[in-house]
Ligand binder design. Sequence first.
Ligand SMILES: CC(C)CC(=O)Nc1cccc(-c2cccc(CN)c2)c1
Length: 232
Amino acid sequence: ILGGYEAKPHLRPYMASLQLDGQHVCGGFLIAEEWVLSAAHCTEETDGKVFQVLLGAHSLTEPEPHKRLYRVRAQIPHPGSNIHNNKDDLLLLQLEEKAELNVHVQVLPFQREDRDVAADTVCEVAGWGTISHSGHRPDKLYQVERPVISRDVCNHRTRHDHTITEKMMCTDSRRKDTCKGDSGGPLVCNGVAEGVVTAGSRVCGNYKKPAIYTRIAPYVAWIDSVMASAAV
Ligand SMILES: CC(C)CC(=O)Nc1cccc(-c2cccc(CN)c2)c1
């Protein structure tokens, strides 16, 4: 997160850290007791290894009550996701067991109605992604508030040049922005997850490249069918 600030500990009890060999790779969030939603492109540099999911954390390294690392039973990328574009950039992770819900571990509801969030709506995004242009990785969860920008503005020739589909949304990226390691985290508007951070042009804090999110509502049928099919 660039231009943001350290989150108040455990006020976002849905936040997940997707880890490989104890290293934070991407964000994610709890959508059901045994399901975490994240971004498919987070599996790009993992050559087939399976993530572990840290829940209940504020600090990635310090011992904290209710902080726990879960193994993953299944990683299911959206069938339309690919490395060449940001389309269908969603990843469902089934935990090996139901997460123990408590004051520091909670599910975040996601938007089920497929209607665009109005431009200028101020939403919030959090993550353990880099907090400086030099790539400093924080130990603690950071957050930032960002206004939604219209798809027309985001699709302008000088911005993302008509690559933003109706299944994506954008927020202003002037100074305050998402960055490497924030992918997979939720864009929360009025307490509801509306989007999932995607890497887009992989630049951060440049107002000419607004932050891009995969909208969740268009994928409700896929999410529900995967969770229903794998129900133990
Ligand atoms: C395996 C993955 C971690 C690879 C990856 O995502 N790299 C990468 C590199 C630079 C910026 C970003 C990035 C992420 C989220 C939002 C944005 C743009 N606001 C950029 C992402």
